[in-house]
Every structure is written in C-alpha cells, then in structure tokens.
Design a protein around this ligand. Structure first.
Ligand code: NAG
Length: 300
C-alpha cells in the first residue's frame, strides 16, 4: 500500500515538474556579481546588462519586461554570442564603478572584444528593446521558449461552443499594459494557467475583423471583460465610467470577476447575432526620435 502511494507521489511530482519547468521565465534570468565579472562577461561577444537596485520603482516596473526579454534571448547564449544579465548595482560596487552607473535602472550593452559599451536610452518596453538588440547584434528573439495560453479570436463561432467557459478580454492595441500579454510574465498568462477550465481570449477593439463583437457584447470601453458560458454572457467594465477612473486592470480585478461569476447576482444575457457596417480605419502615426549614442570603454 505504501509503495503505491509513493509511486503515485513520484508520478505526480514528475508530472508537475515536466509540465511547468519549461515555462518559468525565471529559468532564463542570469544574475551576476562582483565576484565573477570577467568570467561572466567573457562568455559571449555581447552582454546586455541591467543594473538595478531593490528600492527603485522604475526597476519594479521594468522587471516583467526584463523577464520576458531573458526568455527570448537567454536560452542558447553560447551559440548566439549574446547574453542578458542583471546585477544589483548598489551591492556590486566594482561593477557599478566599472560601468559608470549613476542611476537605476540602467541598461548597458557591452561588446566584449572591443570593450565598448553603449548605454540604452530608448523606451524600456519589450518591442523597443527587441528592435535595439536586433540593430546592434542582428539577433532575433526566440519565440519558441513559451507558448501563450491566451488566444486571439480567429472565428467568433468558437465563442459559442459550449464545451468550456470562456473569458474574452477586450483591449485596444495602444494600451501599454496589454502590449505584452502573450509573453509569460504578463499576469494574464499566470491567471490562464491557474484557471485551466476556462479558455482565455484577447480581442483588439481596433481590429476591424469581427467588429460585430463590440455591439454584440455591448463593449465601448477598454480594457473590459466578457465571460461566456453556454451561449450566455456576463460582462465587466464594458461601458465607459461616468467619471474619470483609472482604466488599468490588474490581475486581482480579473480574478475577482471570475471568482464571483456565479454569486454576483447579475443575470446572464444571451448572445444575439448582429450585423454592422464596416468601420473606416484611422491613420496611425509613430514618433521618430533619433538618439545620439555615447560610446564608452571599460578596462577589464
Ligand atoms: C555571486 O555570484 C556567485 C555565483 O552566482 C554566488 O555563488 C555568490 O554567492 C554571489 N555572491 C554574492 C555576494 O552574492
């Protein structure tokens, strides 16, 4: 009897470690310190180094972006000749002095053979950093390291299938908080892993395909949530608030909505078919800022 229990336990342990090990963003984070500067930096041609301090609030904001960045580039650094590192610059005074760190967060790109360093001065979002890395090293991100648990809506009929409950998050492409939702450190990926009985979708309100979904679910505010079960739905935040509020979501709001779906007292509404005239797209403009680069050198 005991043997059976132990075998079951072992099987469970191996099952869970097999299922989850691949997708932990922290597996790809490489932290180094004053004790191994040369040993670490000489491993690759390029190192992108994130200098942080524990108390810096812009570092807290940047940490999820940094995790995503590591997931995209740090699997095979020896082959690519590029690694992403982080170091606590307050604690590691040698490193901090060597790279001339005066504020946090600071990102510096080192070219090891020439010892040239560039300071990254662009926006600290994933897409700007991917572009920057591509422009300096010609490397492209390895998107295979994770699989998004959140789908896009290919065919709205999927939403009417009764097999599983569905949560659709209606967003706008320009919402900063939602630009990285398909990367593993976004909270929606963690939530969707927790609620395996629910299929998660993201719908871009500015996507002209399937624009009928907006009137169908009464969505005129973003981000908002629609929970679908057996052809009926409940919604959250779909209409603009009467007064100015913070339109940001965090994971807690989404979890609360899911958890209270059976007890919130509101009625399920049925999904009615609607037809809408196509919307004409608006032009998108981009800022085009050039920044000068200061090249510095370090002696190792
Ligand atoms: C520095 O890094 C090494 C290797 O990762 C580790 O063993 C050591 O404990 C670290 N030292 C400090 C002071 O954090």
């Amino acid at each position: 009897m005991k043997n059976v229990q132990i075998a079951l336990l072992l099987w469970l342990v191996s099952f869970f470690s097999f299922t989850y090990s691949k997708h932990t963003p922290s597996d790809y984070i490489k932290e180094f310190n004053d004790s191994a500067i040369k040993l670490t930096l000489e491993k690759t041609t390029y190192s992108l180094i994130y200098f942080y301090s524990d108390s810096c609030k812009y570092c807290q904001l940047f940490n999820p972006v940094f995790e995503n960045l590591c997931t995209l580039y740090n699997e095979d650094s020896e082959a690519t000749g590029f690694q992403i590192l982080k170091t606590n610059a307050r604690v590691n005074k040698k490193l901090s002095k060597l790279f001339g760190i005066r504020h946090y967060p600071t990102l510096k790109l080192l070219h090891y053979p020439s010892k040239e360093i560039l300071e990254y001065e662009g926006k600290r979002d994933l897409h700007s950093l991917i572009d920057y890395i591509g422009s300096k090293t010609t490397l492209t991100p390895n998107y295979e390291n994770f699989k998004s648990e959140v789908k896009n809506i290919e065919n709205p009929k999927e939403l009417l299938e009764n097999s599983k409950d569905k949560l659709v998050i209606f967003i706008m492409s320009h919402l900063i908080d939602w630009q990285d939702y398909h990367y593993p450190s976004h909270y929606i990926q963690r939530i969707s892993n927790t609620y395996e009985d629910i299929d998660f979708y993201v719908y871009h309100g500015d996507d002209l395909n399937h624009a009928e979904l907006l009137p169908q679910f009464g969505v005129s505010n973003f981000p908002s949530l629609v929970y679908i079960r057996n052809g009926e739905f409940k919604s959250f935040n779909t209409e603009p608030p009467a007064y100015q509020t913070n339109d940001k979501f965090n994971g807690d709001k989404i979890i609360k909505f899911i958890e209270s779906i059976d007890s919130d007292g509101s009625l399920w509404r049925s999904i009615e078919a609607v037809s809408v005239a196509p919307v004409i797209g608006t032009e998108q403009f981009e800022d085009d800022e050039d920044s000068e680069e200061d090249i510095e050198h370090i002696e190792l």
